[in-house]
Ligand binder design. Structure first.
Ligand SMILES: [Zn+2]
Length: 109
């Protein structure tokens, strides 16, 4: 998938790139942690599910509540999937607004 930004640039949807992020609404934040604890950690610790099932379940729980977002590195516009999967565009407030807001911290290891 690629997004044609309103500035004329193209945002490519590759995995693990600094212009892509995953949004979990705060309304679902605790639900995600509770589900991981109740449906993954507790059953795994008592051997009710396998390690492989735990990986699959935890990824499913997190993915189910998250939506994708991308940022144009040229103009900084944010594109976020809404609840219906429709792409919504948000424009930076000024020229000094970060164009790397979705970049992850550098690993210290
Ligand atoms: Zn742009």
């Amino acid at each position: 998938m690629k997004i044609g930004c309103e500035c004329g640039s193209t945002i490519f949807d590759y995995c693990n790139v600094p212009q892509k992020g995953h949004l979990i609404p705060d309304q679902k934040w605790d639900d995600v942690f509770d589900a991981v604890e109740d449906e993954v950690i507790a059953p795994l610790s008592t051997s009710k599910i396998s390690e492989e099932d735990a990986y699959t379940k935890s990824r499913h729980i997190i993915s189910e509540e998250s939506r994708l977002m991308w940022q144009c590195i040229d103009c900084g516009r944010l594109y976020i999937d809404d609840l219906n999967g429709e792409l919504q565009c948000y424009v930076p407030a000024s020229d000094v607004t970060s164009k790397q807001i979705l970049r992850g911290r550098e690993s210290s290891t």
